[in-house]
Design a protein around this ligand. Structure first.
Ligand code: SF4
Length: 283
């Protein structure tokens, strides 16, 4: 049995950047608050807490004079709310999310109704729509458009940054089918993150040569679930959050076990998975 990692796994560039900013500011200032958790990985949050990085869940809860915005970003209303309290903003919004926010603002300013292909409850999607002044909706089903009371003629389409490109393409085709009978004007923007796109491609390649793939990521993580869906089409795939979840009985007698990870999984968690797998192979 061989254990093989996909290249460039661990934190994505946006999460790595946000953690680096948070660590630097917390060390320089002796502590700092973030609006929402920077990752959902408990190991990482404990380490950040040790150097004084604490989490607040709303602007009203901020006690200090500065706050870090995490990689998911926030809408302009939240920024105004923070600034009106005289609190400094340290912006760790991922540049790919920022790109989607700017696109949403431009669409709105040009009179387009914004459709974000993604999970409406995800903080990043909410932040993108907020930059379109919430003049739009987030959905994964193009049919939602037919249920609108006054269907808009000008439609701007964006994607959640972590979505699967092929699914976004199918969604766009469905929107075109809907729009072609309504004199619509469409503007389509590719806002899928480069890091996620590469991670998906690498994971699919790894799945093709593996008997079993472990996706190491949060059970609620959207980008990890997308990796599981893509790899499951090719080989047996399991989503695990920690090494402790692995069962000996899952492992094949021979062949390759592939390891890939979601965007907010740290190297240490992946190393733990490799160590546990190796311990089984030594039995
Ligand atoms: S997954 Fe992509 S868009 Fe999201 S934080 Fe990471 S680099 Fe940025």
């Amino acid at each position: 049995m061989e254990i093989k990692r996909a290249p460039d796994i661990g934190f994505c560039t946006g999460v790595r950047r946000a953690i680096d900013i948070l660590e630097r500011v917390a060390r320089e200032q002796g502590g700092v608050e973030t609006l929402g958790a920077v990752v959902h990985n408990q190991q990482v949050l404990r380490k950040l807490a040790d150097i004084g990085a604490s989490i607040v869940n709303s602007v009203d809860e901020i006690k200090g004079s500065r706050v870090v915005i995490r990689s998911h970003g926030v809408g302009p209303q939240v920024i105004n709310q923070i600034q009106s309290r005289g609190i400094d903003i340290i912006d760790a919004t991922c540049p790919f999310v920022k790109r989607a926010q700017v696109a949403a603002r431009r669409l709105h300013q040009s009179g387009f109704y914004t459709i974000v292909f993604g999970d409406a409850s995800h903080p990043e999607v909410k932040s993108i729509l907020a930059w379109a002044s919430d003049n739009g909706l987030a959905t994964q089903e193009a049919t939602v458009l037919s249920s609108l009371d006054n269907p808009p003629r000008r439609l701007g389409i964006l994607s959640q940054t972590t979505h699967v490109p092929a699914r976004y393409a199918r969604f766009i085709k469905d929107i075109i089918d809907y729009a072609l009978v309504k004199d619509s004007e469409l503007r389509i923007i590719d806002t899928i993150c480069h890091d996620i796109r590469r991670r998906q491609e690498d994971s699919v390649k790894l799945a093709r040569e593996s008997e079993l793939v472990f996706v190491v990521g949060g059970h609620a993580s959207a980008n990890s679930k997308h990796l599981v869906e893509l790899c499951s089409e090719i080989t047996t795939t399991r989503l695990i959050e920690t090494a402790r979840e692995i069962r000996r009985s899952w492992l094949p007698e021979k062949g390759i076990i592939g390891i890939t990870s979601g965007a907010s999984t740290g190297e240490e968690t992946i190393d733990d998975v490799v160590t546990r797998l190796k311990s089984f192979t030594r039995d």
